[in-house]
Design a protein around this ligand. Sequence first.
Ligand code: HEC
Length: 399
Amino acid sequence: MIDIQVQEWASLLLRWAHLIAGIGWIGASFHFIALDLGLKRSKQDVFGVTGESWSVHGGGFYHVRKYGVAPQAMPKDLHWYQWDAYATWLTGFALMFVVYYLGAERYLIDPTVRELSAGWAVALSVLFLAAGWFVYDGLCRSPLARDGRTLAALLFVLMVATAYGLSLVFSGRAAFLHVGAIIATAMSANVFFVIIPNQKKVVAALVAGETPDPALGRAAKLRSTHNNYLTLPVLFMMISNHYPMTFGHRWNWVVVAFVLLIGFVIRHFFNRRAAGVRGAGLAWQWPTTVALTLALAAFTGWTPPDAGATADGPVRTAEAVAIVETHCVSCHAAEPTHPWFVDTPMEVHLDSETAIRARADQILAQAVRTNAMPLGNETGMTDKERAMLGAWIDAGMPD
Ligand code: HEC
């Protein structure tokens, strides 16, 4: 086991690098999509130019031209956009390794969901990441890909089904993050295995004086459109890690379905707008987004009927404190006795009745409405105990 201090630093630095690479990749992608959709017919007649765009940024004017297929002669210093995508994946996987693989018992496994050894859990994680790509890639190459909408609907169902499957094997937090990681892996693989190689083939054909196969461009365009629409949901899943009402919901796969739809609709608004659509064509996206987001917020406050356990009758303070002592205090004390921690996690102390009363809302959020805590659930906190804590807090914590 690596020293926790080293692990925390590795995690912080990788998160930083991951964010920077992601900003680079997504920023460039947003820029080019908007640029491409907003091109105007070129005024000057330059051979092969199909559109142009003027912009001003940082005190300078920029004049960009797009060639329908390619310029007559290849420029010597052609800039390729690919390393941001690869760096995002590499730092993301490294971060996942440090947090979820080295800390499998803490973050990946929840024995009340499934009792997995660390080795098996990590193997399953890698399997999910790889399988996600192969299934997706296969579908994009199949006849189903002829109709973009059918494919998109099918992919949506598959993503939600994957989220459901993950929720049966991993902790809620890990399941949620894995949906994001599986999609993000496919997005990076799109760049690595399809978009860039196809562009290279097109360039090679042109250099050789041949007409490039239009199927190459079509395939790249399909992948690039998927990447565009999946960006927002992936970002949501990455940052929702600290919001247990998302991943900690018993039906967190329904949350995934909402997030996919919301991200899709927002992205659609910006794509339509960049394409010059105005008026009615832009009227429905924001109301839909607001309605879906409110529905999602309401959903996360609702407990499914199969939640099972309820407290039998009123719960006394002594019982509530005993539950917290059994399941929380090994970590949440001034001097944690749990070997994973030297300092109290997030300075949340739960080692006295007063402290517990002061943190009642947070306890509700982390351990009653959701099962985000206890981390790793080694002590096997049951639904019944969660319900008892909830009943005590909801009753106003009577003595
Ligand atoms: C194995 C150690 C461990 C146990 C046991 C544990 N926690 Fe935690 N707790 C943590 C860690 C680590 C964090 C910081 C989580 C993070 O990085 O998001 C945390 C964070 C929290 C937070 C703050 C969350 C936030 O984002 O503000 C609350 C509240 C909390 N725990 C409550 C509980 C309760 C209630 C229990 C018992 C039912 C419990 N914890 C059991 C390790 C533990």
